[in-house]
Design a protein around this ligand. Sequence first.
Ligand code: ARG
Length: 491
Amino acid sequence: PQLVEIAHSENASEPLINLQRFTMSDKPWDGRFSEKTDRSVEAFTSSIQIDKRLYASDIDGSVAHCKMLARAGIISEDESSQLIQGLGKIKREIERGEFEYDDSLEDIHMHVEARLLQEVGKVAQKLHTARSRNDQVALDVRMYLREESRQIIAGLTGLRQTLVDLAESHPETVLPGYTHLQRAQPVLLAHHLLAYFEMFSRDQERFADGLKRINVLPLGAAALAGTTYPIDRHFTAELLDFPQVAENSMDAVSDRDFAIEFLASASLCMIHFSRLSEEFILWSSSEFGFLTLPDAFATGSSIMPQKKNPDVPELVRGKTGRVIGNLMALLTMMKSLPLAYNRDMQEDKEPLFDTVDTLKACIDIYSRMLPRVIFRNERMYEAASTGFLNATDLADYLVSQGMPFRQAHGCSGKAVAYALEQGKELHELTLGELESFSALIKADIFDVLTTKNVVDRRVSFGGTASKNVAAAMERAKSRLESEKKAGSQEE
Ligand code: ARG
């Protein structure tokens, strides 16, 4: 459709977009070229439809660059303030949706510069002094990702708070814990939920850690080798709140490892979401029946009236593939690229933006849905109390009576096989039946075998006993609390 549009505009007497009339010449590199860029090449190389999203960082970066140029005496104060004023106006124009885009202007950097020329006249031609689009785009992406990382970190904090609240509102609920998707040992629902609290805490830490490497100023690297002008990169860094300035100009314009790290953190976070989603999908099936999704977060079938489908968790699970794909795209794009900038790198933005959007949407929808999930405590308890989830406890009991664990394991296994034959659970066997497996078994075994005690006897640090989980919940809350404090101190 883009090509058709361009072909059409060739015949029209007016250029596609007004902006073109005001560009210095057709292209900033025109000097050494003897023919105009082919329209198909313009369309093919243009990234404006994607990178227009970077407008705010692009303009803020340019404003800081102007201030630095004036301070270093490279342009005058008056020129600098004209440029800054014009840039401010353009930013407001974009924000109001009044800005016109044109493929022939390639990217956001050229659009802003072309519009600035209209706005402030010839002085606009000084904006790009001591700068290249190579360091400019690296700056824009870093500023963009810095802001998005902070938002994602805040979103994950909220999600973790939601998980703790949810855990707190189910202090007694027991469900089967699984290994190999076979019922293994009963655990508290709160314990299960806090497992996700830990996963998302690590995700959040990864984003925060990545932020340190995103937050490095590349501007001033110019095309690749630095610049002849007496620029002050540390001053620009101060203006843009970068704690660090990139050491090496070639590295500054040519690596996207910070973006790849971000995508890796996002992929892991999505993997955690996908696991939670998978469980919610299973648990909402009639086979499990452990939970009911709120109607507002489920959909029906257009043909089968009885159905209520877990589309939200399913889509989150599906979107995980997309985010991992984005990580693969960027890794593959960067692989074997020689120093320094290569146009291949323009391809970094789509996967990056898509990942930001996808991850934020998943964090948001889960934060809304989680508090409304209805857990079916009786179904969970029933499942946790059948299927010999207390067999380990029978073995542990025998160990406490002096039997070596391997032997106790065998003994309990025989009791399970016998109970299976009888169509009974271990705790439904008589003391007489149990005694036949070991004389060490006494009447107090029945206390050991109750579901509640099976849970509450797992008192090792990090285990599922009620009092451990209550303490873990307190620790989780104080972690969130101290993060909040540290956050407000930063502001
Ligand atoms: N649109 C380009 C990108 O995103 C900006 C840098 C262009 N640099 C160049 N030498 N062509 O990578």
